[in-house]
Design a protein around this ligand. Structure first.
Ligand code: ZN
Length: 449
C-alpha cells in the first residue's frame, strides 16, 4: 500500500485537537505532521472540517457466534461496528455455543470468525462455576481477560459464580495478569425485590426497575473490591449503572487497587422516568435508572472514577423482546447499539461541555489498556495501527432501521435525533466504510497475542 496522507482541521490526538496530516504507511501511522509538511509522494485524502478520531474499541460486545447466529454474528456485528466508528470489538464468552470456557471453544470461535470480520476483534474467556482449571490454558491460547457473572446471566449453559467458586478461580486469574470483567449484581437483593413484586404490573418499567435495586450492584462491588484487595487481580466492573456504588469505587482506587470501571451509552442517554409502559426494547441488566443517577454517571466520567464507555451490544431476535405483550419480566434484556454509540455519546457529551478528546479517551485509549493493545491501538500516534474514524460533528440525523447494521435492526434508539455522524472508517489503513457503503472485503483479524 502507498503512503497516504489524511488531512483534517480537527485531528484528535492525545495532546489535543489540531489541524494536521496523518501519514499512513501501509497499516501503520508513520507520523502526524503539519499541513505544510505533507510529502509530495503521498496520496492525499482531505476530510476538511470533519474530525479524525482514533478507531474506537468496544470491549463489551455479544456476537453470539457460533451457535446463536439467528441473534447476531461476526459479519453483522462487525458491519455494525464499522458503521459506528469501531475498529476493534472484544467478544463476550457467553451466548455463543459452545461458551468460551475452554480452549476448544475459543478455537471454534476463531473458525467462525475467519474471513467474516470487517474490523479487528479479540475474545474474553469465561469463568464459570467449574472451569478454574481452564483459566491458565485460555490465557495461553490468547484470550485478553476473563468474564464472570455474580448473578444468573440469562443463559443456562454459562453458569454464574458464587463467592466460593470465584475464590477458587482468582489465584489463577491473578497469575495470568489479565483482567477479570465482572457483571456486578448479587442475586439476593434481586430475588427479594422480585418476590415483593408478585402481582405487580410487569408492563410498567418501574416494576422492572424496582426488581433490580441499586443495592444489588453496590453489595456486589463491595465484595469484589475486598476480593481484589485479597487476591490483587485486575478487577474491571462492566456496565456500571448504579451511582450509589461510586463512593466504594473511588475509595478502592484511592487505596491503589487495580480497579477499572465501564458504563454504557444507554445509561448515559436514557432515563427511567421517560420509558413508557410495555417498551421492552429498553430492558437491560442492570437497568436504566433515573435522570439524577445518569448525571452522577457523567460526573464520574469527568472525575475518572469511570474509565471507559462500552456498548454492551447485546442483540436478539425481535420475538424475544416480546414487544407485543410488553412484559418486562419475560423479555430478553439487552440493547444493541454498535452503529449509533458514537453519535449517542457525542450528542450527550457535547451538551455537557466535553470534547472529542474525552470521547477518544473513554472509547479508544482506555479500552485499549484494558485489552492490552495500548501500544498498537487506541491513539493517533506514530507507530500505531492506522485505525481512523472520520466524524462530522455538525451533521444531525434520525435513527432509522437503515442506520442499524446488526442482524435485526431494532433498538431503543429508533427515532432518536442524534448529533454527529460517522463519515468513514479505516481499519489499519484500509477504508472499510464510507458514506453508508462498505468497501473492500472483511479483512479484520484477531488481535495478535
Ligand atoms: Zn453484556
Amino acid at each position: 500500500m502507498d503512503l497516504q496522507a489524511f488531512l483534517s482541521r480537527r485531528v484528535v490526538t492525545p495532546e489535543g485537537i489540531r489541524p494536521a496530516g496523518v501519514l499512513v504507511d501501509g497499516e501503520v501511522i508513520r507520523n502526524i505532521v503539519t499541513l505544510d509538511q505533507i510529502p509530495s509522494e503521498a496520496k492525499i485524502v482531505d476530510f476538511g472540517k470533519s474530525a479524525v478520531l482514533p478507531g474506537l474499541i468496544d470491549v463489551h460486545v455479544h456476537i453470539n457466534d457460533p451457535g446463536r447466529t439467528e441473534w447476531e454474528g461476526f459479519e453483522t456485528a462487525t458491519c455494525a461496528a464499522a458503521t459506528g466508528g469501531f475498529t476493534c470489538v472484544v467478544d463476550m464468552p457467553l451466548n455463543c455455543v459452545p461458551a468460551t470456557t475452554g480452549v476448544a471453544a475459543l478455537e471454534a470461535k476463531r473458525a467462525a470468525a475467519k474471513g467474516r470480520c470487517w474490523v479487528d476483534w479479540a475474545a474474553w474467556g469465561g469463568v464459570v462455576a467449574d472451569n478454574q482449571q481452564n483459566i491458565t490454558k485460555l490465557a495461553g491460547a490468547g484470550v485478553r481477560g476473563f468474564k464472570c457473572f455474580l448473578v444468573h446471566p440469562g443463559i443456562d449453559e454459562f453458569t454464574m459464580v458464587t463467592e466460593q467458586q470465584l475464590r477458587r478461580a482468582l489465584p489463577y486469574i491473578a497469575k495470568t495478569g489479565l483482567p477479570l470483567l465482572v457483571h456486578a449484581e448479587l442475586p439476593d437483593g434481586i430475588d427479594a425485590a422480585t418476590k415483593n413484586l408478585a402481582g405487580a404490573d410487569w408492563t410498567e418499567y418501574s416494576t422492572y426497575l424496582q426488581s433490580r435495586p441499586e443495592e444489588s450492584e453496590l453489595s456486589a462491588i463491595k465484595l469484589l473490591i475486598s476480593l481484589c484487595r485479597e487476591y490483587r487481580f485486575r478487577l474491571h466492573i462492566v456496565h456500571l449503572s448504579a451511582n450509589q456504588a461510586l463512593p466504594a469505587l473511588r475509595a478502592g482506587r484511592l487505596e491503589g487497587l487495580p480497579v477499572s470501571v465501564e458504563t454504557c451509552p444507554h445509561y448515559l442517554h436514557f432515563q427511567a422516568e421517560a420509558i413508557s409502559r410495555g417498551k421492552t426494547q429498553f430492558k437491560c441488566a442492570p437497568p436504566i435508572r433515573g435522570a439524577e443517577n445518569r448525571e452522577q454517571l457523567w460526573s464520574a466520567l469527568k472525575d475518572g472514577t469511570i474509565d471507559l464507555v462500552a456498548t454492551d451490544h447485546s442483540p436478539c431476535p425481535p420475538e424475544m423482546k416480546r414487544l407485543t405483550e410488553g412484559n418486562f419480566q419475560t423479555a430478553w434484556g439487552g440493547i444493541a447499539s454498535l452503529s449509533v454509540a458514537l453519535p449517542v455519546m457525542y450528542t450527550e457529551a457535547h451538551a455537557r461541555g466535553f470534547a472529542l478528546t474525552d470521547i477518544a479517551r473513554w472509547m479508544a485509549e482506555a479500552p485499549a489498556k484494558l485489552v492490552g493493545c495500548q501500544l498498537q491501538k487506541g491513539k493517533i500516534a506514530a507507530g500505531y495501527n492506522a485505525d481512523l474514524v472520520v466524524f462530522d460533528e455538525d451533521s444531525e440525523f434520525l435513527v432509522t432501521p437503515e442506520r442499524l447494521h446488526h442482524r435485526h435492526p431494532f433498538s431503543p434508539y429508533m427515532g432518536e435525533k442524534l448529533k454527529g455522524e460517522v463519515k468513514a472508517t479505516y481499519v489499519r489503513g484500509r477504508l472499510v466504510f464510507a458514506n453508508n457503503a462498505f468497501h473492500g472485503k472483511p479483512e479484520g483479524r484477531e488481535l495478535p497475542a
